[in-house]
Design a protein around this ligand. Structure first.
Ligand SMILES: Cc1ncc(COP(=O)(O)O)c(C=O)c1O
Length: 389
């Protein structure tokens, strides 16, 4: 039926899940799966988290959706939390990561126009991923995603990631924005070089351009800090978020700093669903959990523990090359003799769920409240899987 009914855009695994609990999923035949994908960095508090379930129950009994024609107390509360954590100024809520990036690009364009009509150039990075809508796609530095849809948005220029010389050669006074992931996710879990980031920030500041950091995958606690920039000590002008913010409920956001928080005026942007009371109430619960005492420190502790165990595996098995990333956004690079796709398939046969990323890397994305025992289990399953090769 799927082949007949659904547009053929996904290569799916042969399974139908019927329920989840914590780090486990169960299929329609009651087989249990160990989930280190978390809906691609979404289910940050695991499946069927009781606090999220309660929030959905309570809020949906009262109010789910009202449009953005009226005040929305859940939205205001959520914005207040994000602004205070992020040291930024104002928020717009939408439904997904790509939408958040669309708006960030629009703000950069409008911000640039206020200085001069030609200030509309946007720099993006090679191997980046910012989403599938035409604007976000136009700043996604991967040929396979862009090629079928050319011509892409004009005025977008690609730069080598972490290459200061290339950045200088691409930057000029007509740049209105630079969009980057502080850890490239789909591109292969590749962290930004702090010196490169500082250079980008300096040139943006001097030339009235906006630094946009895409926290869709690497933000909302993934790195052991609420926002990714906290790991790099450079405050961006705009942060885009989605994925983990709703813990499984769709919501995205654009958090804007002083420089550009007055750029948009009524009518300049909007969304029917964006930031509805139900989505915002769930996100409020997620943010409260993530900012509760020790939660994020524990993400860092678990990361250190997990990395150490994985490094032991790397020493033991030549096929494992290296581990990259921070917090619980980790990439295990596999040597060229085994494709990461084959590794993920083999793991799936063991009911261990993983997802690949760029340069032959397997992403490890457990829920942020994963236990140490569950991390041990993942190490054991990684070892069992590599032994098959
Ligand atoms: C860094 C980054 N930005 C944007 C997106 C797009 O998010 P969405 O799929 O919610 O539109 C993704 C999705 O994987 C992502 O990883």
């Amino acid at each position: 039926m799927e082949t007949n009914n659904i547009l053929n855009t996904y290569n799916r695994f042969d399974v139908i899940f019927k329920k989840g609990k914590g780090v486990y999923l169960y299929d329609i035949n009651d087989n249990k799966y160990f989930d280190f994908v978390s809906g691609i960095a979404v289910n940050c508090l695991g499946h069927s988290n009781p606090k999220i379930i309660n929030t959905i129950k309570n809020q949906s009994e009262n109010l789910m959706h009202i449009s953005n024609l009226y005040w929305n107390d859940q939205q205001i509360k959520l914005a207040d939390k994000l602004i205070k954590i992020g040291d930024l100024d104002k928020v717009f809520f939408c439904n997904s990561g790509t939408e958040a990036n669309e708006l960030a690009l629009k703000i950069a364009r409008k911000f640039g126009k206020e200085f001069c009509p030609d200030k509309n150039k946007i720099i993006y990075m090679k191997n980046s991923f910012h989403g599938r809508t035409l604007g976000a796609l136009s700043v996604t530095g991967q040929e396979k995603y862009q090629a079928p849809y050319r011509p892409i948005l004009g005025g977008t220029v690609q730069c080598e990631f972490n290459n200061i010389k290339d950045f200088y050669s691409k930057f000029d006074k007509n740049v209105c924005g630079v969009i980057i992931e502080l850890i490239q996710g789909e591109g292969g879990i590749i962290p930004i070089d702090p010196e490169f980031l500082q250079t980008v920030k300096n040139l943006c500041d001097i030339n009235n351009a906006l630094l946009i950091t895409d926290d869709v995958q690497c933000g909302i606690g993934r790195l052991g800090t609420f926002f990714a920039y906290e790991k790099f000590s450079v405050i961006p002008d705009i942060i885009t978020v989605a994925k983990g913010l709703g813990g499984g409920f769709p919501i995205g956001g654009v958090i804007v700093g002083k420089k550009a928080c007055e750029t948009l005026k009524p009518g300049d942007h909007g969304s029917t669903f964006g930031g509805n009371p139900l989505a915002c109430s769930v996100a409020n619960t997620v943010v409260d959990c993530l900012t509760s005492e020790n939660f994020l420190d524990e993400v860092s502790n678990k990361s250190a523990y997990f990395k150490e165990k994985i490094n032991d595996l790397i020493k033991k098995y030549d096929a494992f090359e290296s581990i990259s990333g921070m917090g619980l956004l980790l990439g295990l690079k596999i040597n060229d003799k085994i494709s990461s796709g084959d590794f993920v398939k083999k793991a799936f046969e063991k009911h261990f769920l993983l997802v690949g990323a760029g340069n032959n890397t397997v992403r490890l994305l457990p829920p942020l409240n994963v236990t140490y025992e569950e991390l041990d289990k993942a190490v054991m399953l990684l070892e069992e899987t590599i032994k098959e090769f």
